[in-house]
Design a protein. Structure first.
Length: 163
């Protein structure tokens, strides 16, 4: 995702620009593709830098940790970063705007999408998961498995806890 911000580099301190983002399926990084990116990016000219404030909504393919079904995970990505005008030599680790005046948003968006992802993704909060014996998806219906514990080590704890 490239945006020409060369006019803002030459602008006086405090100058602002707002970019509306409306992208279809997009690959942010190796192994990270999003279904869409929608939102806005506010750019503010500071001394020797550009403040980038982004609010972007997206969806990524995910898998539920309980039922193992694929689903689309909606994320709200918010970030604020300072971009230097030109990379130092050798390139520093900060974000920068190329010498030709283009702002690259793929790297910061990729990092922020990964940070916004929950550790355990659920297709829905009340997901029932899989039967531990037969693997039936309990969201789709019940199974014919016995509900009694087959593991005798766990049955003692149940009996003592109910007494």
């Amino acid at each position: 995702m490239l945006y020409n911000v060369s006019s803002l580099i030459k602008a006086p301190l405090g100058a602002q620009m707002t970019l509306d983002i409306e992208e279809g399926p997009h690959r942010l990084a190796e192994g990270l593709a999003v279904e869409y990116l929608r939102g806005s990016v506010r750019l503010l000219r500071t001394d020797q830098r550009l403040l980038v404030q982004a609010r972007v909504d997206t969806e990524i393919p995910a898998e539920c940790v309980r039922c193992l079904e694929p689903f689309q995970l909606r994320l709200k990505v918010r970030f604020e970063e300072l971009f230097t005008f030109f990379p130092d030599s050798p390139p520093d680790k900060t974000y920068h705007i190329d010498e030709d005046g283009f702002l690259h948003l793929d790297k910061p968006l990729s990092e922020q999408v990964q940070l916004a992802m929950p550790i355990q993704t659920l297709c829905r909060p009340d997901c029932k998961g899989l039967c531990s014996q037969c693997g039936q998806n309990l969201n789709e219906g019940t199974c014919d498995c016995s509900k009694a514990d087959d593991n005798p080590r766990l049955s003692w704890n149940r009996r003592s806890a109910s007494q």
